[in-house]
Ligand binder design. Structure first.
Ligand code: 1PW
Ligand code: ADP
Ligand code: CA
Length: 600
């Protein structure tokens, strides 16, 4: 890391011990410099905390071995060197901290006599430090907790002089103001009926106080009906006033935000959404999700956990993660956008059944999932797709899409430089395997799933397609052919275990840029009601297949939790069309025996 000029350095009191506190442009550090018991080390600074043995005896042996190597190799070890390292190790144990400026949430001055000045949170000061160090300021920062959770932590420093205290507060505030990616004004939509119907409570109790702490102003709308947020965003909202939009709810609520924002952007730029080949204009406003839904797949797969406080903190620090969006068309008519799962067969039938059981809350998916599994319907049709051949990565990779993903950056660059050619050849139902770059597969399917991201959620922590990428311009098309109930159960259960759900003879997976599906008994344009169609064609299929298991002709498409009105669809991926207030799943830090936050 490039060495940044130091902005401030002072000796401040923290928890009755004297600390050397310094701030440069990227890091706030505080390090114990003296106590009655411990000696001060003479200017030995090491950028990272030494991860070593815990007990003093083990430390001695470990450091001695380090010195021995140095002695033999470089003849550098001296008693002074040895003692300095030793002192460093002891004094730094648990008392040397660093917080990246980008993860400071707020700073506020404390009135030591009366408590906190400007945020209404009152803190009692320890008597001893009040006498000796009468001025104080508190820094709130992000602390990493277990399983990708973030929490807000406070540290209070005490100063001898008021001017010094003010200088610290002012300098930190200046550094925070310089972080231009942070939102200042947000438009928030709360779905009071999502998930366990806790949206309003979650926002008021867990999120609003954090936004206030970080001086973010909000305009909050509690939705009154389905599509309220979508329509408000698409037509009414004064988007220029905001740095981002936030939804409190589940994947359905997020889908409303995507539809509102993407449609608005296309309309403002004169783009026709009805044309499947049209290149869409990316949205500039970022979207934040405070999870309060049933599946929370978008949140889980982009943050690593569905936790409202964690998501609020990612919004405050101004994270940005681009994401692919699929457009779904039927006969050159726009139907919907999809960000996570497009599922025909199993997931479509499960959703159709679960919609009638909304009163059950999130448990409806378990109930309907089990019921759908027992019905074991398969569907005939033709899937044609345009494989993504020019990209890095495959659906069977062992690597995962994580924060700062190289594959997303590389493939995104590829897409913007050289937008993939849309093949004009009509991939009609045909016996040939390839037609104009398209592959055509006919068959009987228990499930056809397109996952444009992993679709990890608490029910399936690795997701429908564990190696899928958030922003690589592709979707993973998973075809599950007709098989026995036992084998299908094995496939489903592998979503929840470490075993590969694609390593089965009746399952295939392709990374694609576009795909089309046509059911075998294709309905005419005027016949829109799938259910009626299904019933009418049922008897026809039975006539065609005397020994059939009486599967209906059509399933429905589950498009991010919404039922589509058509079975015949055409899908195209739009690379990095939207941005979220997240950074992708962070690699879990190796804590060893270190306290968080990152220790320097
Ligand atoms: C018999 C054992 C079955 C175990 C299978 C576990 C696989 C679960 C994978 C679920 C993938 C979900 C992808 C996300 C979809 C959401 O958009 C959608 C809507 O979510 P919402 O109700 O808005 O939170 N939820 C569902 C279940 O379709
Ligand atoms: N005020 C409201 N009343 C009824 N439905 C709503 C309201 N606001 C949003 N919705 C709809 O509720 C559905 C489910 O919302 P969501 O927040 O995704 O919860 P869940 O994850 O439980 O499905 C969405 O399709 C959304 O359009
Ligand atoms: Ca993708």
């Amino acid at each position: 890391m490039e060495k940044q000029p130091r902005l401030l350095a002072s000796q401040l009191l923290l928890k009755n011990s004297l600390f050397e506190v310094s701030l440069n442009r990227v890091l706030l550090t505080w390090k114990e410099i003296a106590t009655k018991k411990k000696r001060v080390s003479g200017g030995i600074h090491h950028p990272f905390k030494v991860a070593g043995p815990r007990s003093a005896a083990a430390a001695l042996a470990w450091i001695a071995s380090l010195c021995r190597v140095n002695w033999m190799a470089h003849n550098l070890a001296s008693e002074f060197f040895f003692m300095s390292w030793l002192t460093f190790f002891i004094t730094s144990h648990g008392t040397s901290h660093g917080v990246s400026v980008s993860e400071i949430l707020a700073v506020r001055e404390l009135d030591v006599d009366c408590g906190t000045k400007d945020d209404g949170r009152w803190q009692k000061m320890p008597q001893k430090s009040t006498e000796a160090y009468p001025y104080a300021f508190t820094v709130s920062y992000v602390e990493r907790a277990w399983q990708h959770r973030w929490r807000c932590s406070d540290v209070t420093f005490h100063c001898l002089e008021g001017a010094l205290c003010q200088q610290w507060v002012q300098t930190i505030r200046e550094q925070l103001t310089a972080l231009t990616s942070r939102p200042k004004h947000l438009l928030v939509y709360i779905n009071p009926y999502g998930g366990k119907q806790q949206g309003e409570r979650i926002y008021e109790q867990k999120v609003a106080p954090l936004f206030t702490l970080a001086s973010i102003s909000t305009h909050v709308i509690v939705t009154e009906h389905a599509n309220h947020a979508r329509d408000h965003l698409r037509t009414e909202a004064e988007l220029k006033k905001y740095d981002g939009v936030v939804c409190v709810g589940g994947d359905g609520m997020f889908s409303e935000m995507v539809h509102g924002l993407v449609s608005r952007t296309q309309r403002d730029n004169g783009v026709d959404q009805n044309s499947p080949e049209e290149k869409l204009v990316p949205c500039t406003l970022r979207i934040g999700i405070i999870p309060a839904g049933s599946t929370d797949c978008i949140c889980y797969a982009t943050v690593g956990i569905n936790d409202p406080v964690t998501s609020a903190l990612h919004i405050i620090v101004g994270d940005a993660q681009p994401m692919d969006v699929c457009s779904v068309h039927h006969n050159n008519t726009f139907l919907r956008y999809s960000v996570s799962l497009l599922g025909y067969g199993f997931y479509g039938d499960m959703l159709a059944d679960s919609e009638r059981k909304r009163w059950m809350g999130p448990a409806r998916y378990d109930f309907s999932g089990f019921k759908t599994f027992l019905t074991h319907h398969y569907y005939e049709g033709t899937v044609s797709f345009l494989p993504a051949t020019d990209i890095l990565g495959t659906p069977r990779d062992k690597t995962r899409c994580r924060a700062g993903c190289f594959i997303c950056q590389h493939n995104g660059q590829l897409y913007s430089e050289d937008a993939p050619e849309i093949c004009e050849t009509d991939p009609d139902v045909s016996d040939s395997e390839y037609k104009g770059g398209w592959r055509v597969i006919r068959g009987k399917f228990l499930a056809i799933n397109a996952a444009s991201m992993s679709c990890a959620c608490p029910r399936s922590p690795k997701g429908l397609s564990p190696a899928a990428h958030l922003a690589d311009g592709t979707t993973d098309l998973i075809l599950v052919r007709k098989c026995s109930r036992f084998n299908f159960l094995r496939h489903l259960l592998r979503h929840t275990s470490k075993y590969d759900q694609f390593d089965m003879t009746f399952v295939e997976v392709h990374r694609v840029r576009r795909f089309r599906f046509t059911p075998r008994y294709c309905q005419s344009d005027s016949e829109l009601d799938l259910r009626e169609n299904g019933k009418r064609l049922f008897s026809q299929i039975c006539r065609d297949h005397p020994a059939c298991s009486c599967s209906p002709a059509y399933s429905s498409w589950n498009c991010d939790g919404e039922i589509l009105p058509h079975a015949a669809i055409e899908v195209g991926v739009h690379c990095q069309l939207i941005k979220l207030f997240v950074r992708g799943i962070e690699e879990q830090p190796v804590f060893e025996d270190l306290p968080s936050p990152c220790v320097v």
